[in-house]
Design a protein around this ligand. Structure first.
Ligand code: SF4
Ligand code: SF4
Length: 441
């Protein structure tokens, strides 16, 4: 195990509120209806291959990847396709979903549902890659970047580091921590599969120092598997940011506007790594994931739930005995980077690590006052930006300096907004600034 690692620039020490850190994973069960979006990844929506009236099983292919940045979509329940319609997703946009009315659990024949751990890693790299692609794997830390792309290294590039991201630095979220506590061996085998497909010898599982039980469990398992090690990272926000984690572990920097592979690195989330294990060793498509329900303790009972993709948020909130009438804001994700949902019916997707509920009083936006030029926003920015200057230029409709202020490098971590005593919505200005710079291209 290495000494505690961290990134050098900026960052915050947050009250982590990991209320459900040691809550065992509970099965959320099967809702009467699931709404499965055909776009749960960064690219074009998958192409639907079912129609209303079709009977499906758990794992049936519903929609085929439509291009390199797309991903297959599978049924998370057995039942009947009722509708193909547009509903409001987590971001409030209308998106195409396949609605399935559920019946008793019935799995596609090839899925191995036994609890046995399979450590017989296939020797054929193409077989591993093909199974990852068929299973519809995407980055489950929130990015939704299709996993097959990250496991195919372009000819002019090479990879030296595989980092498995087990940091989970957002307050409240504990889904990845719970997975590391309950499925450590499967995660380590998943890391070995990724080693194999990337053609490297060693994976590093990065874990926040605030997860001592997960560090102990994973470290114990790695003693039995050559080629997987643990790195303990300091508890600092946003330690789980891809660029921050790469610098912390390797000392390398991802060049501006480039990808981790340009620094010889591949980063995969622990949940994705577990999904790689399940896809390759159990023939299991990505149709369920662990989701934390947490937030204000007077509103909900925090817990970690094994949840079928397409489950409406409301169903999961009810499982956690949430007082829905008092919710001021429902976040898909954590309070720093999460998205405020406009509908309780918005479905859980492959990217949803948590639902966080905030009470009505705390959800009110505090009035913005004048910038007092304290410089705190620049101090905490992990990308070394000057958020106050970005905001001030945008307020004056002066978009010309935005490029030189490197707004495109903003990772939207929200640290600047959080620290600002004047309550300037700096991250919103940065998002707008990125949009403006994109327009100038
Ligand atoms: S949101 Fe952007 S500008 Fe603000 S601290 Fe994070 S990276 Fe820096
Ligand atoms: S933290 Fe807020 S008040 Fe301080 S310089 Fe930045 S924008 Fe201005």
């Amino acid at each position: 195990m290495c000494n505690k690692k961290t990134f050098p620039l900026g960052g915050l020490h947050l009250n982590k509120q990991k209320i459900s850190a040691l809550s065992p994973i509970q099965d959320a069960g099967i809702p009467p209806l699931v709404y499965i979006p055909v776009k749960q990844h960064i690219g074009t929506p998958a192409q639907i291959i079912v129609a209303p009236g079709d009977k499906v099983k758990i794992g049936t292919l519903l929609a085929k990847a439509n291009g390199a940045l797309s991903a297959n979509i599978h049924a998370s329940v057995a039942g009947e396709v009722k509708k193909i319609e547009e509903i409001q997703g987590e971001k409030g946009y209308f998106e195409q979903v396949i609605t399935i009315q559920t019946s008793a659990d019935e799995y596609e024949a090839e899925i191995d549902t036994s609890p046995d751990i399979n450590s017989n890693i296939p020797q054929d790299v193409e077989e591993i890659r093909q199974k990852i692609t068929a299973a519809g794997l995407v980055g489950m830390g929130g990015a939704g970047f299709p996993t097959p792309i990250k496991t195919t290294i372009p000819e002019n590039k090479s990879v030296q580091y595989l980092i498995i991201n087990g940091i989970e630095c957002e307050p409240y979220l504990t889904a990845d921590g719970a997975l590391m506590l309950e499925k450590p061996e499967q995660i380590v085998i998943g890391a070995k599969l990724l080693n194999k497909v990337l053609g490297i010898q060693n994976a590093i599982i990065a874990i926040d120092e605030n997860k001592p039980q997960a560090i102990a469990k994973i470290t114990q398992v790695t003693k039995r598997y050559v080629g997987v090690n643990v790195a303990v990272c300091k508890s600092k926000y946003p330690q789980g940011g891809e660029k921050q984690l790469i610098t912390a572990i390797t000392g390398r920097e991802v060049p501006a506007g480039k990808l981790p592979i340009d620094a010889g690195c591949v980063v995969q989330n622990v949940a994705t790594t577990y999904a790689v294990y399940e896809a390759v060793m159990k023939n299991k498509p990505l149709y369920e994931r662990i989701v934390t329900v947490s937030g204000d303790p007077s509103l909900t009972t925090a817990g970690n739930y094994l949840t079928r993709i397409g489950t409406p948020a409301e169903y999961l909130l009810d499982k956690a005995h949430t007082n829905k009438s008092q919710i001021g804001k429902l976040l898909f994700g954590g309070p720093m980077m999460g998205v405020s949902a406009v509908s309780l019916q918005a479905p859980i997707t492959k990217k949803t690590g948590g639902l966080v509920v905030i009470d009505t009083a705390s959800s009110l936006r505090q009035d913005e006052t004048c910038c007092i030029r304290c410089g705190k926003c620049a101090e905490v920015c992990p990308m070394g930006l000057m958020p106050f200057a970005i905001a001030s230029n945008l307020r004056r409709n002066n978009t010309a300096p935005l490029k030189a202020l490197h707004v495109a490098d903003c990772i939207e971590c929200g640290a600047c907004s959080y620290i600002c005593p004047a309550k300037v919505p700096l991250v919103d200005y940065c998002k707008l600034g990125k949009y403006e710079v994109n327009k100038q291209k």
